[in-house]
Structures are given as C-alpha cells and as structure tokens.
Design a binder for this molecule. Structure first.
Ligand code: C5P
Length: 290
C-alpha cells in the first residue's frame, strides 16, 4: 500500500495576462504549498479502479479528478493492474485551495509508485497538465513555485525559503473556477497595468520580509470572486483589522487568507477572527508545507 498527503495551495500572487484562443487564461502566479492536506491511500487490485471517500457529498464518480488521473496513467503506461483508492478529505471543496488538483497529483505520484510505472517528474507533469491547470504544481512537491501558461508551466523556487504563517478562512460558499474567470472576462474594471510585479513577491520571499510580501499580495481574480461572493470582502477586512500583515483571496476563491509574521501572531489573528467572524466560517492556521 502507498499512502500520501495531498497539500492545499495558496496563490500569493496571481495575474491574469489575458484570454487565450483555447478559452483558458494566460497567468503568472506564485504558488505556496501549505500544511492543510487531504490524505490518499492506494492498494493494488487485480483489475479495475475504485475510489472511496469519507466526505458525505463529494462524488466518487468518473468526473472526480482522482479517477481521471488514475485512468490517464493506466492508459498511457498500459497498466493491466488496478487499484483501490481511498481519499480522506480535509481541504474544503471548490474553495480556491487546489484540493481536487492536489488529490489528482497525489494519485499520479502514488500510482506511479504502486504500479512501478517509472514515469519521471517531467512525464508526470505532462499528464498532470491534461487533468487540470494546477495539478503540475503539486507534482513538484516544492513549497513555492512560479506558474505560467495556464498555470501548468511550473518552476519551483530553489534555495532556502522561509516558512510563512497564515490564517485561512473558508466558509460555506463554493465558487466554480470557470465562473470566476467568466466574470473576469465580463469585467471592465480589471485593469492590471498598475499591478505589482511577481519579481517583487519572489524577492520579498527570498529576503524573508513579511511586510514586503504582504505589500505584493495580488490577485486579479479577487474582484470577480467578491462580486459573486461579497462576504469575502468582509473576511478580508476583518483579517486586516485583526492584525494580519496582508490578506488576499486564494485562486478563484472563496477562501481568503491572511499573512502573519509568526505562529503566535497567527494565533492572535485566528482568535480575533473566531471572536468576530460568523459561526459558519472555518478558521485555520496553516503554514508553508516543507
Ligand atoms: O484547468 P482546470 O480544469 O482546473 O480549470 C477549470 C476552469 O477554469 C477551466 O475550464 C477554465 O474555465 C478556467 N481556467 C481558465 N484559465 C486558467 C485556468 C482555469 O480560464 N489558466
């Protein structure tokens, strides 16, 4: 049996450069892998693929990215064996935290080991890109990476980088990524000429400067996500009022995260959010996954 953790991600920076002829959007983004994680186990089966999950509403049908990734690897590598996959879900669904993409990446990594298919990281990234735009980032298993193209062209950041502390707020709204991009298309207010550059965020990260990093937090999808889900504005405002150095929507939302300087700082901000936030919000402390 193979067991793997599938971590969530935050986008510390996300700039939409434009719509592409294939309908996707050209991006420049800074990914961070965080401690909040699902868990997957993979057991050999004589044939066939099965998926079970502890989550009451998540579909385990063919549209689940775990099964799509498993079938793709099986077909491309001509694998005759099957697998029984179990998913323990902790990352909120359709929350902008990359849970489904990370599960798919863990499936490619886990089954590559279980079936001894011997694919390289580069080959797995090629398969990952066919499953979803964010999947390749999780194949690299790097704490930080720059994503370009649809997000699938990933360049992990090398060298010693600091651990960041966050307060991540999720709530019961779900946002479909495609809808948020469509809203971005329809918007005339998203003029990105004055956006900070990704280089500034990477520089701040390398220098371990939380305040500079907080200044560079940027997400072109945030206005579109907030238009669909206005409570996110309140959450972002409260994170700042509670003392976070900066706050931003992750990916296409609706999760919002704060950047903190240390674990005690994150605890103070989380306490404030628990006191002032709605009872339906889930407030978690998360940190850069090693
Ligand atoms: O690639 P993935 O399946 O995760 O994308 C979900 C949806 O998000 C796409 O169908 C597309 O509508 C939108 N998307 C986009 N540009 C990207 C990534 C996603 O338009 N770079």
């Amino acid at each position: 049996m193979v067991r793997l953790r599938a971590p969530a991600k935050l986008n510390l920076y996300l700039r939409v450069l434009g719509r592409r002829p294939d309908g996707y959007h050209e991006l420049e983004t800074l990914f961070e892998r965080i401690s909040l994680a699902d868990e997957l186990s993979f057991r050999l089966a004589p044939q066939g693929l099965s998926l079970t999950c502890d989550h009451p509403t998540l579909s385990c049908g063919e549209e689940n990215l775990v099964l799509r990734a498993a079938r793709l690897l099986q077909r491309v590598c001509g694998v005759r064996q099957g697998a029984a996959i179990h998913l323990t879900k902790r990352i909120p669904i359709a929350a902008g935290l990359g849970g489904g993409s990370s599960d798919a990446a863990a499936t490619l990594l886990g089954l590559n080991r279980l079936w001894r298919t011997g694919c390289s990281i580069r080959q797995l990234c090629g398969l990952a890109a066919q499953v979803g735009s964010d999947v390749a980032f999780f194949i690299h298993q790097a704490p930080f990476a720059i994503g370009r193209g649809r997000g699938e062209q990933c360049e992990p950041l090398a060298g010693r980088l600091p651990r960041l502390w966050h307060v991540v707020v999720s709530h019961d709204a779900q946002l479909a990524t495609s809808q948020v991009y469509a809203e971005w298309d329809a918007s005339t207010s998203t003029l990105t000429e004055s956006a900070p550059s990704i280089t500034m965020s990477v520089h701040a990260l390398r220098n371990g400067s939380h305040d500079e990093l907080a200044k560079g937090l940027y997400n072109d999808l945030e206005p579109a996500a907030i238009r669909r889900c206005p409570i996110m504005r309140t959450i972002r405002g409260l994170l700042l009022e509670g003392g976070a150095a900066g706050a931003l929507t992750s990916g296409s939302g609706p999760s919002v995260f704060g950047v903190c300087r240390s674990h005690p700082h994150a605890k103070r901000v989380a306490q404030f959010m628990r006191r002032r936030g709605a009872p339906t919000w889930t407030i978690r402390i998360a940190w850069t996954a090693p």
